[in-house]
Design a binder for this molecule. Structure first.
Ligand SMILES: [Zn+2]
Length: 364
């Protein structure tokens, strides 16, 4: 398989357009036409991980945290990132990362945390906004089915657990072609009236080009009339964080022990115990403390995330139990998501988990 095949699959499956503005997901290092033999999956790309890739004959490293995150002004052995890139190029190793787009992805990092805690009724904590578009087009009645099928096949019309969602109204379209026109029906220079269907549907913004291409390829008119609107609707299928519930409420100390064992955390940090039983849980892998107000208003009894600062613990304000379960620990299962994604499309491709512990934080 060529590197570009895997990249374009991952870019569309975990849409790059879902990533936060500060992020740098996607192909980090590599040549698109390289034949990739096997992939090593990791949370972080360190020199040890690249050495592991070399020793295990993997010429692709797939990570959650991007190798190149901030700006890069030089590639030399004087910086850690420079050394890693240099080594990758020297050994013809490609690096691909799926970061905040994997956080936001519907089966992403936080959902995986919720599944590991065996929570039920898992929902997105902070749904995506400004990622949905409405498409309206006007089609001669004879071509409605063909155009509608093409739009649905290109990914339009998905709402939650439903696909092929659309709406049709009947009407009359009018047009007059000039001397240079080549109208599908009617004569140039004369106004023509045609029985048309107004067809409307919804789509994710990252599918815009694909859906419009499908429209233009199947619509019979020389000039296709269509409107695209940005929607303010939230998309509940993806976003940051998740909530879920335990089948039976458990005590706070029992929960803290569970977190420690499920995520293998050496030092769980937490705010003042609230004295309440824990039924509803909010989670966000990695640095998710900015979602604390959302977690509180969701009615969760606990919010589990990482990178919590001293003053954040005060903000829990006895309304919620706030738990820091470690950045590495809450995100390490991202490797399972990345492996499953690759295996779903390329079941015969060799994928292995890195055995390098990249956690930069140590405990006594
Ligand atoms: Zn992270």
């Amino acid at each position: 398989m060529k590197l570009k095949e895997l990249c374009s699959y991952l870019d569309s499956e975990v849409p790059l357009s879902f990533q936060e503005s500060y992020d740098n997901s996607g192909l980090q290092v590599g040549k698109a036409d390289t034949e990739i033999t096997s992939a090593l999956i990791t949370l972080d790309v360190t020199e040890e991980v690249i050495d592991e890739a070399i020793n295990s004959n993997c010429n692709l490293v797939v990570s959650h945290h991007p190798l190149i995150f901030g700006g890069l002004k030089k590639i030399s052995d004087t910086t850690q990132v420079g050394r890693i890139i240099y080594k990758c190029i020297t050994h013809d190793i490609a690096v691909y990362s799926a970061h905040t787009n994997l956080d936001i992805f519907e089966n992403g990092v936080s959902r995986k945390m919720a599944e590991k805690l065996d929570l039920k009724d898992i929902k997105v904590l902070s749904p995506l906004e400004h990622k949905l578009l409405k498409l309206v087009t006007y089609v001669p009645v004879s071509h409605l089915d063909k155009v509608r099928d093409a739009l649905f096949n290109a990914g339009a019309g998905v709402i939650g657990n439903y696909d092929q969602c659309g709406f049709v109204t009947a009407g009359t379209g009018s047009f007059r072609g000039n001397e240079s026109a080549n109208p599908y029906t009617g004569k140039k220079g004369e106004m023509h009236l045609e029985n048309e269907s107004r067809f409307e549907t919804i789509l994710f913004s990252h599918l815009k080009d694909k859906v419009i291409r499908a429209l233009l390829e199947t619509h019979p008119y020389e000039e296709v009339a269509y409107d695209l609107y940005e929607l303010n609707n939230k998309f509940y299928g993806a976003g940051l964080g998740c909530t879920g519930e335990f089948s039976d409420a458990i005590g706070e100390k029992e929960l803290l022990k569970l977190i420690s064992s499920v995520f293998d955390v050496k030092g769980v940090r937490f705010s003042k115990l609230t004295g309440k039983k824990i039924k509803k849980v909010a989670v966000c892998g990695g640095s998710g403390v900015s979602l604390l107000p959302v977690a509180i208003s969701s009615g969760a009894d606990v919010f589990i995330t990482a990178d919590i600062k001293y003053h954040n613990f005060f903000d829990a304000d006895n309304k919620i139990l706030l738990v820091d379960a470690g950045h590495f620990e809450t995100e390490k299962f991202s490797s399972e998501i990345l492996k499953d994604l690759i295996m779903k499309k390329f079941p015969k491709f060799a994928v292995r988990f890195s055995e390098t512990n990249t956690n930069p934080i140590n405990y006594l």
